[in-house]
Ligand binder design. Structure first.
Ligand code: G4P
Length: 286
C-alpha cells in the first residue's frame, strides 16, 4: 500500500506515536540494514525524546555483512544499542530481547534494588513503511497478526502481544514518514524497494543503481553485466545490458523500460549479492 504523506498525515502519525510512548518502556526503531540512515524517520529523536530505544537493523540477510558490522559499531560509538536481524527468517530475534534488557539494565536493577519484581518489558516497533515492522511483529508473535491498514490513522483496539515471559509488544507499529528532502535518499529508498511506487523516474533509479554499483561493488557489476565502468553516455550502458540480458523491443532494439526494470529487480533480488547503500561516516547526523 502506498502512503501519501501529507502534512496532516505526518502530524497524525507523530501524534499516534507520541501517545503510545506513554505505554511502553522502550522503542524498537526498525530500519533497513541496507540503508540504516536513509531509512530512519528524520524526526525520530525529537519524537521519541528520551525514551530508551533499541535500533534494529532489519533485512540484515540482504545487507553487506561487513558494512552491517560497521553500522553496529557506529551506533555503539554513539551510545545507541543496535542489533541486526532478519525478521523474514526469524534470525537474530534473541538479540532483540537481550538488547532491550541491556538498554533498560539500570532501570531494571533499580527496581530490583527496591525489591520490586520486574514485570515484562513493554515495547513498540516504530519505523518508516516497508522496513519489516509487520513481519517482525508476526515473527515475535509466532502467528499472523492481521495487518489493519498499514496507514497512520487507521486505528483499532490496541493489544499486547506476549513474547515469552519477558517482553510485551504493542500489536500495531508506529508508522512514520521517510526523509523526502534529499534526492539521494529518495533514490536509495526507491532502488531497495523501500518506496515502491515512486515519483522518481524508473530510468533515473536504475542509473542511480548502476553508478552505486560502479562505485561500491565494481567487481560484481563486471561479473553480471560485463561492464568495467558505466559509459559516460548512459544509453550505451542500457544498450549493452539490455542486449546481454535480452530486454529487447523487437528488430534488435533494446527496450529501455524493461532494462531499467531488470537493473532494479537485479539489485532488489540480490543478483549482485548483499548490498549496503551507505556507510556510517557519510554523514554524521544519526
Ligand atoms: P512494514 O510493516 O514495515 O511496512 O513492512 P513489511 O513487514 O510489510 O515488510 C516489507 C517487505 O519486506 C515484505 O516483502 C517483507 O517480506 C520483507 N521483509 C521484512 N523483513 C525482512 C527481512 O528481514 N529480510 C528480507 N529479505 N525481507 C524482509 P514484500 O515483498 O513487500 O511482501 P511479501 O513478499 O513478504 O508478501
Amino acid at each position: 500500500m502506498t502512503i501519501q504523506w501529507f502534512p496532516g498525515h505526518m502530524a497524525k502519525a507523530r501524534r499516534e506515536v507520541t501517545e503510545k510512548l506513554k505505554l511502553v518502556d522502550i522503542i524498537f526503531e526498525l530500519v533497513d540494514a541496507r540503508l540504516p540512515q536513509s531509512s530512519r524517520n528524520p524526526m525520530i529523536d525529537e519524537i521519541i525524546q528520551h525514551k530508551p530505544r533499541l535500533v534494529i537493523l532489519n533485512k540484515a540477510d540482504m545487507a553487506d555483512q561487513y558494512r552491517t558490522n560497521e553500522w553496529l559499531a557506529y551506533f555503539a560509538d554513539k551510545g545507541i544499542k543496535a542489533v541486526a536481524v532478519n525478521a523474514h527468517q526469524g534470525t537474530g530475534l534473541k538479540s532483540i530481547m537481550s538488547g532491550a534488557q541491556e538498554v533498560l539494565k539500570d532501570k531494571i536493577d533499580k527496581m530490583k534494588a527496591r525489591g520490586i519484581k520486574p514485570r515484562a518489558i513493554r515495547a513498540m516497533i516504530v519505523g518508516i513503511p516497508n522496513v519489516g515492522k509487520s513481519t517482525l511483529i508476526n515473527r515475535l508473535a509466532g502467528k499472523n497478526i492481521a495487518k489493519t491498514g498499514n496507514m497512520p490513522g487507521v486505528t483499532k483496539a490496541q493489544q499486547w502481544i506476549k513474547v515469552g515471559k519477558e517482553l510485551e509488544l504493542l500489536d500495531t507499529p508506529g508508522i512514520l514518514w521517510p526523509k523526502f528532502e534529499d534526492q539521494e535518499v529518495g533514490y536509495k529508498l526507491a532502488v531497495t524497494g523501500a518506496i515502491k511506487d515512486t515519483i522518481l523516474n524508473l530510468h533515473d533509479i536504475a542509473i542511480y543503481g548502476l553508478h552505486f554499483l560502479e562505485e561500491a561493488y565494481p567487481s560484481r557489476l563486471k561479473e553480471r553485466y560485463d561492464l568495467e565502468e558505466i559509459p559516460e553516455e548512459i544509453v550505451e550502458a542500457f544498450d549493452r545490458i539490455g542486449a546481454k540480458r535480452g530486454c529487447l523491443a523487437g528488430r534488435g532494439l533494446v527496450d529501455y523500460d524493461k532494462t531499467a526494470e531488470l537493473i532494479i529487480r537485479d539489485i532488489r533480488t540480490e543478483k549482485f549479492g548483499r548490498l549496503t547503500f551507505e556507510r556510517p561516516n557519510e554523514s554524521d547526523d544519526v
